[in-house]
Design a protein around this ligand. Structure first.
Ligand SMILES: [Zn+2]
Length: 246
């Protein structure tokens, strides 16, 4: 049975050439398999605090309900109501302070992605307009809302994103060598395979032509910019990587 890696290599070998296919290895087809690293968020003290709130809140709610079902009056009846109220307060505090888990981050050939409700929200390298280090993380600016890879949960992912951005879109990285070194080495993460997102409403970066059919789309293997197969420029308009011979 063919592994995914072998399958990917086979795809590259058998990829068509000429006007119907990639003209150099710098171009990728969307049905290929891509690689990336997945980073789980690191635990933080407030996560343990949240677990404590949840546990104690649950105990108080359970104990209060049990006591109320057995005792109908007297001091312990009032205590049971107090337990129920305190349990409810702790559960609400958990929802406000520690209820939302931090998302895992993916970094690789297809860009940077956050896991959200079982799906991946992707940001291609070519869509990142500026990379900088701010107080609490690595800031990725886009035409829309900026994305923050926070140091609190994602120190290693931030280092990987910065290193990959420096290789792929160096002109957009506003950090000097010392700042990048301060993020630490590019390491950790779990190696996973990834599939490109559907083209949706994308336009060819060179001609503006609508990319309707996946088989007509060619992707810059360096920054993820998408082109119509008939509109591939000599150099990528986003990262300047050479895409085809003169
Ligand atoms: Zn490119």
């Amino acid at each position: 049975m063919q592994t995914k890696k072998e399958k990917s290599a086979a795809t590259e070998r058998t990829a068509p050439t000429g006007s119907d296919g990639p003209t150099s290895k710098a171009l990728r087809l969307l049905d290929e398999t891509f690689e990336e690293w997945r980073y789980e968020p690191s635990a933080r003290p407030s996560a343990y605090f949240g677990a404590l709130l949840l546990s104690f809140g649950g105990l108080l709610l359970g104990g209060g309900t049990f006591a109320l079902s057995r005792i109908s009056e007297g001091a312990w009846h009032e205590n049971a109501w107090l337990m129920l109220t305190a349990g409810l307060v702790l559960e609400v505090a958990f929802l406000i302070l520690g209820g939302k888990p931090e998302a895992a981050v993916h970094v690789g050939q297809l860009g940077v992605a956050h896991e959200a409700d079982g799906k991946l929200e992707r940001l291609a390298w070519c869509d990142i307009t500026r990379v900088s280090i701010v107080a609490d993380g690595l800031k990725l600016e886009t035409d829309g809302k900026p994305v923050l890879i926070g140091f609190e949960h994602h120190t290693q992912a931030a280092a990987r994103v910065a290193a990959e951005a420096k290789k792929r879109i160096p002109k957009r990285v506003m950090c000097d060598e010392d700042e990048l070194a301060g993020l630490g080495e590019s390491r950790g993460g779990e190696k996973v395979t990834a599939e490109a997102a559907q083209v949706g409403k994308s336009l060819c970066r060179a001609t503006g032509e609508a990319l309707t059919f996946e088989k007509d789309v060619r992707m810059c293997g360096n920054c993820g910019a998408l082109y119509h197969r008939n509109g591939v420029p000599r150099r990528c308009t986003e990262c300047s990587r050479k895409l085809k011979a003169a």
